[in-house]
Ligand binder design. Structure first.
Ligand code: ADP
Ligand code: ZN
Ligand code: ZN
Length: 693
């Protein structure tokens, strides 16, 4: 077993036979430096997660497996300086063969190569004893030559900032120590340019910058933008790296030679020798919160880390989370605003299209189709956005109305066309398409609901001369598929893009002049109190794809609630107007960010068992603790989707006015849970600051 020593004590309260000896110490220098250790331990305590596992997750996988904290290296062999073939007798054929090979490869030969050449490896020893061969450690440089640091940090000149950008940058640069900035800037307002110039100052001071981006945002284009600006090693930390590459990147950061680190959530744990700046781009993005196991929020940990390292933190978004806006209003963060699009592009015009009583074809109304036609005729591109929820097509029996459902989940199976099969998006179960209704036996089974594939077919029929490009998880699963799609889009020729959330982030589509949101209503009446916020963010993010550069854009949203106050605040006023009224509602309802939530989830193979387990927790805690007056229990209730992947799920929500009260309570609960006799029949987890319910 590999463990991490965090402290040494003279005495222990545990009985000696429960204590284990360390058999070997694997590293001479601590793998986690003081700020890292503090961050990981703090996070473990805050998120009520076992400290050992939290520490282990803060380390690259190879270190967890006991690998040395060192760059990739190999032992190679070469001939000594004066070695010559004549020094071997003519009869020593194999030795001569080996020496010849070494002489021909002065950069070094691996024992693997000898095996390939069928030369016995032990002959190396023979040559070494004769003073003809020697071994050496070869370390390939983990930094590509073209990425090496140069005395001139800039590869290209920075843009001349507009007044708002200039003001933001000046403020940021004027505060060298810890400070959290909330940079709220509409899409296309040039937030990235502000990041780049703030980083420039960091680099000039000889320090490093850490940039966190959403999972979907770490595209080659993002990386290219940083690399083309600076002549310093830029290291990306993402899920595509293998364990070795990850460790090398981590080491480069730790020794200070990686000057800019760009990564997704887990990069928050990367050590930096000379930390200077942390940036969290699209700070509202849900992917910064880990959704299983160690449920930390990288954005929230960034605040702690920046304070610990005494450096500035920049949170950027066009649609900041209500949490961050609240923190800015309370004076904990400092608010910077970019209200204009940079480079002269005009903001898109919004329109609510009332579809009450209209006939829809695959989710599209006749007036929307006419509008699309107009844009395509003028030679521009159209983006059709489907909110996945409610749009996945299912199979329904035309005789009795029975729907094809997953046997393991409380959910419908989704119908897929290529290859034809039914797929449960919740547990990944896949089956062939049924021929007959499971209930009445009829063979009249029909697809219902408009999935991306069906909408794609429909649009292709309706606009036979225009390419229709589907961009979703299925169409981009194959390697390079996304690249080919993007190439086609960037030719600028008229086309229709149709897709889901994937379209909302990271990509710029300069030729798109019309964004059509097929269902603006989903999320308006959601049981999740964050439904509104998520919908508003999504709509603005998608809208932000349109009308860059010289093409003014138009965003048309189909709705059955054209008078809905939230939709109207969003499009007639601003995101801030929407956010402020939403914050008032949250305040009145006593919801986050005005209170703190923790969700205890449990699941079990038998219905009712998870719920009973949670009820026991609640009752015991209430009896034992005299709960603090600010804390409020809600539940246990069955989870919104009670059955999933064959397990029955329930949840218990705790809401507190004071964060400290919540944590006090959680400590008791955690203690109770680890002793509970039913704990082996139930799988449980604690989610502090949950983002979904
Ligand atoms: P955001 O990150 O806020 O969405 P970007 O930084 O991507 O915005 O900027 C949008 C576009 O505007 C980019 O093409 C960028 O090159 C351009 N841009 C940004 N700042 C300026 C500026 N000061 N002058 C001219 N163009 C700019
Ligand atoms: Zn039927
Ligand atoms: Zn399922």
């Amino acid at each position: 077993m590999i463990g991490i020593i965090v402290e040494c004590a003279e005495h222990s309260d545990l009985p000696p036979k429960q204590l284990k000896s360390a058999l070997a110490i694997l590293d001479d220098t601590p793998v986690l430096d003081t700020p890292q250790l503090y961050l990981a331990r703090w996070a473990a305590s805050y998120y009520a997660f076992p400290e050992g596992e939290a520490l282990s997750q803060a380390l690259p996988a190879l270190l967890r497996k006991g690998e040395e904290a060192d760059f990739a290296h190999a032992t190679l062999w070469r001939a000594t300086a004066n070695a010559a073939l004549e020094q071997l007798s003519g009869t020593a054929v194999r030795q001569r063969e080996l020496l010849d090979l070494l002489l021909r490869n002065p950069e070094g030969v691996s024992t693997d190569l000898l095996r390939v050449e069928s030369i016995p490896v032990n002959l190396l020893k023979t040559l070494q004893d004769k003073g003809l061969a020697e071994s050496f450690i070869h370390r390939p440089s983990p930094v590509h030559a073209e990425d090496r640091e140069s005395s001139d940090l800039l590869r290209e000149a920075p843009l001349t900032l507009n007044t708002e950008q200039q003001a933001a940058l000046q403020q940021i640069n004027s505060q060298p120590g810890f400070c959290t900035w909330l940079l709220e800037g509409v899409t296309g307002s040039g937030k990235t340019e502000v990041y780049l110039q703030a980083i420039q100052q960091t680099l000039t001071q000889g320090r490093q910058a850490l940039v966190l981006v959403p999972e979907i945002g770490l595209t080659p284009q993002t990386l290219a933008r940083f690399k083309s600006r600076f002549q310093v090693p830029v290291v990306a930390l993402h899920s595509g790296l293998n364990d070795r590459q990850r460790l090398d990147a981590w080491l480069l950061a730790r020794q200070g030679s990686a000057r800019i680190l760009i990564g997704t959530r887990s990069a928050i744990f990367t050590p930096m020798r000379h930390p200077g700046l942390i940036i969290v781009d699209e700070e509202h993005d849900l992917s910064f919160k880990q959704q299983d196991g160690f449920r930390y929020s990288a954005r929230d940990l960034a605040v702690l880390r920046a304070r610990q390292e005494a450096i500035p933190l920049l949170l950027g978004s066009a649609t900041p989370s209500l949490e961050s806006l609240h923190n800015a209003q309370a004076g904990r963060y400092r608010h910077l605003r970019l209200t204009q699009r940079a480079g002269g592009a005009r903001p898109p015009a919004f329109e609510l299209l009332d579809i009450r009583g209209e006939t829809l074809s695959c989710g599209l109304s006749a007036s929307l189709l006419t509008r699309m036609q107009q844009h395509l005729r003028q030679g521009t591109q159209v983006l059709v956005f489907l909110n996945r929820r409610g749009f996945s097509p299912s199979l329904i029996c035309h005789q009795c109305g029975a729907v094809n459902e997953c046997t393991r989940c409380d959910a419908r199976m989704t119908l897929h066309r290529s290859p034809p099969h039914m797929h449960c998006h919740h547990c990944d179960r896949q089956t062939p398409i049924p021929k007959r209704c499971h209930q009445c036996g009829s063979d009249d089974l029909r697809p219902s609901g408009a999935g991306t594939e069906r909408t794609e077919d429909f649009l292709q029929d309706h606009f036979p001369d225009t390419p229709v490009l589907r961009i979703d998880r299925d169409s981009t699963a194959r390697k390079d598929a996304m690249k080919h799609l993007m190439e086609q889009i960037h030719t600028g020729k008229p086309c229709i893009m149709i897709g889901t959330q994937m379209l909302a982030k990271g990509h710029h589509f300069p030729k798109v002049t019309l964004v059509a949101v097929l269902d603006a209503d989903s999320g308006l009446f959601s049981a999740d109190f964050r439904g509104m916020e998520k919908t508003a963010q999504l709509i603005l993010q998608v809208a932000g794809r349109a009308g860059r550069a010289d093409h003014p854009g138009e965003v048309v949203m189909q709705t059955r609630h054209p008078d809905h106050p939230m939709l109207n605040a969003l499009i007639r006023e601003s995101y801030s107007a929407f956010a402020n009224s939403e914050l008032q509602l949250r305040h009145a309802a006593g919801l986050p960010p005005f209170t703190s939530h923790a969700l205890i989830r449990a699941e079990a193979t038998h219905q009712g068992r998870a719920e009973a387990f949670l009820r026991d927790i609640r009752e015991t805690m209430e009896a034992q603790l005299n709960p603090p007056p600010g804390s409020h229990w809600s539940g246990p209730f069955p989870s919104p989707m009670e059955k999933r992947a064959g397990l029955y799920r329930a949840q218990l929500l705790i809401q507190s006015r004071q964060r400290s009260e919540l944590h006090q309570l959680l400590r008791h609960i955690l203690h109770f849970l680890t002793q509970h006799k039913g704990r082996n029949q139930v799988r449980w987890s604690i989610d502090v600051d949950p983002l979904d319910s």
